[in-house]
Design a protein around this ligand. Structure first.
Ligand code: 13P
Length: 248
């Protein structure tokens, strides 16, 4: 039985002082023994978030990192900087980073490899636009994104990565994918993992759904056979996140 993983992606929201307040507010609400709970906060708040979350079940994650070890990459953050402060997760290849910051399947792959090298669990995002869904290429596209993201990743390493299926048309729109649509793609991702590696790896890997997840729809989505939790934007910034985490 795969353990659920429910992660909040705060995106570019909350200052460090607001972060302290929000984590303290959410701490009792997201307490659970049934799932891993991760707050992916802005880079500038990672250190303080780690401190405030200490002693709770909340793990802190980053929203991005660079694929090089160190060097002349102004404004970037390295894997070692994240591990130095105890960050265990990093979102890689979110559609907003692909759209606004030039991330490609290739840079996603490099970042995934670097994160794994540093024992940081990558939450690898994939997802199609509305146009691609209407063109009927969703599964082909997702398979390509997943396959390239995992190039050079061994089966043992792959067992610990998290894949987040986030249809772009469902992000921040309030237009959640139907449970059938979400389960269809998550199941296709698992099948793709079985093809790349083997059944044991496919069974172990955790696949999240993301895109307008909230307190009302979480239970049905997370009950699907191939959906192992969620990557949550808007609803992770309020008390509702407690209900998403304790969805049962
Ligand atoms: P929303 O939950 O706000 O739709 O955002 C989803 C998302 O992009 C999480 O990474």
């Amino acid at each position: 039985m795969r353990r659920k993983i429910i992660a909040g992606n705060w995106k570019m929201n909350k200052t460090p002082s607001e972060t302290v307040k929000l984590i303290n507010e959410l701490k009792p609400l997201v307490a659970t023994e049934d799932a891993d709970v991760v707050f992916c906060v802005p880079a500038v708040s990672l250190t303080i978030a780690k401190e405030v979350a200490k002693g709770s079940n909340i793990e802190i994650g980053a929203q991005n990192m660079h694929f090089e070890e160190s060097g002349a990459y102004t404004g970037e953050i390295s894997a070692s900087m994240l591990t130095d402060i105890g960050v265990k997760y990093v979102i890689i290849g979110h559609s907003e980073r692909r759209e606004y910051f030039g991330e490609t399947d290739e840079t996603v792959n490099k970042k995934v490899l670097k994160a794994i090298e540093h024992n940081i669990t990558p939450i690898i995002c994939c997802g199609e636009t509305l146009q691609q869904r209407e063109q009927g290429v969703t599964i082909d596209l997702i398979r390509q994104q997943v396959k390239i993201a995992l190039l050079g990743v061994t089966a043992d390493q792959a067992k610990n990565v998290v894949i987040a299926y986030e249809p772009i048309w469902a992000i921040g729109t309030g237009k959640v994918a139907t449970t059938e649509q979400a389960e269809e793609v998550c199941s296709a991702i698992r099948k793709c993992i079985a093809e790349i590696y083997d059944d044991a790896t496919a069974e172990a890997i955790r696949i999240q759904y993301g895109g307008s997840v909230n307190a009302e729809n979480a239970a049905e989505l997370f009950a699907q056979a191939n959906i192992d939790g969620g990557l949550v934007g808007g609803a992770s910034l309020k008390a509702d996140f407690g209900k998403v985490v304790n969805y049962k």
